[in-house]
Design a protein around this ligand. Sequence first.
Ligand code: C2E
Ligand code: SIN
Ligand code: SIN
Ligand code: FE
Length: 386
Amino acid sequence: MTKEEELQNRLNLLVQFGGVVSKETHIDKLLEVIAAQVKRILSCDRCTVFILDRHTNELWSKVAQDMQHTEIRMPSNKGIAGEVASTGRTINIRNAYDETHFNPEIDHLTGYHTKTILAVPLNNVGGRTIGVFEVINKTEGYFDSDDEGILQLLGSLAASAIENAQLYESLSKSQLETIYRLAITAEYRDQQDTAIHLKHISEYSALIAQGMGLPEKEVENIRYASPLHDIGKVGIADAILLKPGKLTPTEYEEMKKHTLYGAKILCNAESQLLQIACKVASSHHEKFDGTGYPAKIKGEQIPVYARIVSVADVFDALCMPRVYKPKWGPEKARDYVVEESGHAFDPLVVDAFKKVYTGILKIYAITDGKTTIIPGITKELHRTEF
Ligand code: C2E
Ligand code: SIN
Ligand code: SIN
Ligand code: FE
């Protein structure tokens, strides 16, 4: 192969790589896919992706050992990988065992003999180092400057895929569950069927996002972030939240603060998913024409997540009985949503809502009429009509 052909060949592999890794959202699988692709592209024996864990200041990875994958963790300043993570520089080594920084523990664990190493930092789009990419034992000779360039390029593609996958992994299942429990606690004071309402919001929002043609990733973001939109209701006094009738203007002003409380609860979180949830919590009562609250922002200024959840929330709030109103039939609620297109709601979101309406109706029909009684909330409250 001529140099020219080899470059062309690598370029093709690169394009393929981008396509393959952007599809995988499960972090373990993703790391496997990345390693397999990189080994092929750079003709080397091993590829290890180290991820920087900022909470513990460790680099973690998975290595193949006795046909199994073992998780390894090492201090983030240790080894060649640690050196790259802390300096942000690429390191290209011809004989690992000659290097003082080299950490032979992984070799000991895997029974492997490392000779050549090329290690580059994994930088995200913001330029922050999120890990280290190492390729080990080039099939022939040493890693050269072409290899360095390619690995850096692969690293930037891999970094964005890894960050996306981390979005879901950064919250363990039990953490997510804790958050949803908190959301349910926050809301169940004013609705018997909070769990159902949250499920509806989640499914409707995801359906609408899909209808708008948003990428799968965004659809998932909104599916998981939307149930937290009203979490700020924890900060609202019972006397207002549970008032079986119309709120006075002063009470309504207080009620509106649930958006600000929600933002406070969620916005300091490090997880990207909770950052999205924060946008939804703070902006789900903004209106497309700028007459909503709390910031009176309009149009595209309102995060798209919030524009979507706003439609899902109002549709479902209308279809559910509230302490302050009886429930509406879904057709009436649908008409209301359509009427508000361009006023309260983004016309594009409403169009998508109409497009997926049969899907929404199916989800609605599963739980309609089923009532779970949560102690502490009386039937009378819910039957009050105004
Ligand atoms: P929510 O009950 O979850 O209602 C969410 C949104 O759905 C409302 O936001 C409103 O846009 C829409 N919605 C709900 N019911 C109706 C209705 O009967 N007619 C119309 N046109 N739209 C409706 P909004 O108004 O900003 O209210 C936010 C939250 O404040 C409500 O959440 C609820 O918890 C509380 N709230 C609002 N009005 C009253 C009230 O008169 N009495 C009581 N007790 N709470 C109220
Ligand atoms: C290191 O970064 O020093 C460890 C190299 C390896 O993966 O064996
Ligand atoms: C429902 O049937 O959806 C809720 C019933 C209630 O809140 O009383
Ligand atoms: Fe709300």
